[in-house]
Design a protein around this ligand. Sequence first.
Ligand code: GLP
Length: 320
Amino acid sequence: MAYKVLITEDFERMSQAASGILVPAMRAATVEQQLAFNLGLATGNSPTRLYQLMAENQKEFNGGKVRSWNLDEYIGLPGKTASERVVHPESYAYFMIQHLFGKLSPGFGSTYLPAGTEIDQGRLEDALQEANQFVTFEGTDKGKAVIISPNCKDPYLSWIRDQLVAGYAASIESAGGIDWWVVGSGGKGHIGFHESGIPLKYLMLLVKLDDNTVDNAVRDGHFATKEVSPWYALSMGAQGVAAYARNVLLLANGDRKTEPIARSLFGPITSDVPISILQQYISEKDRQVVYVLDQKAAAEVIGKEKKLAEKGIELIDLRK
Ligand code: GLP
């Protein structure tokens, strides 16, 4: 089946199972077939141990043949200049160096992240205010897609719209798409920073973050208060992941993920739960989605083989 859910005992086994899928795929492409491998990456706690395992097993694949694209990056990190923001310990660029890129030798052939740190949040907010007749905020929740009209001539906003938003999606498209994209799930089932309630049609987004996302960032200790947290981001849209990724590896662990995981599997495809867009893969033969869950995130899925099979989803319980 093109859509599988694997249940594991805990974070360690979830990460081992994910590594057991990804590393052989990277090996098959880069060593056995001598091909490039396009890897999609995410940040957050969910993939940290997977990245450690990839680094530990790096002899298995040829990193020089791997090109990676990250899902998202903050706008509004503390720092006056782009170089100060990119090395801020909470930037996703820094996260990737710390958790994966810095542990690889040789490193990946190329690594791309959305250029959120290039944007000055204050200047962005001023420009959005001034050009407000060309800007719409889309979304049913507090997290919004900031859509800059093609008619907007403001140079700062045009640069963001054309180079940083459209340009990032175009770079993936011209590289031929993503072989495997590692993703996590946000508290409301969002993907990257494609927040719950934002229409599913966008490949790439400028986003005004949802309160829930900012709350979680503070609660998880990433920022001291909501005021100093970034309030914007550049992110792949759920549609961008679904359009460009041939395979998706979704990791989720812990109680906070139980509900969004269940809704993404049993509910309809809806912008309320952006990861539900991955249900599009159910009917596809050449592309697949694999959820790798710990038993807490899987709490509402355990034992539901029949219900999932009716949707075309295979449930595999790997616990002893
Ligand atoms: C943020 C990131 C998402 C990530 C989510 C969950 O919202 N932008 O890409 O999936 O957090 O993070 P964690 O894995 O720490 O639960």
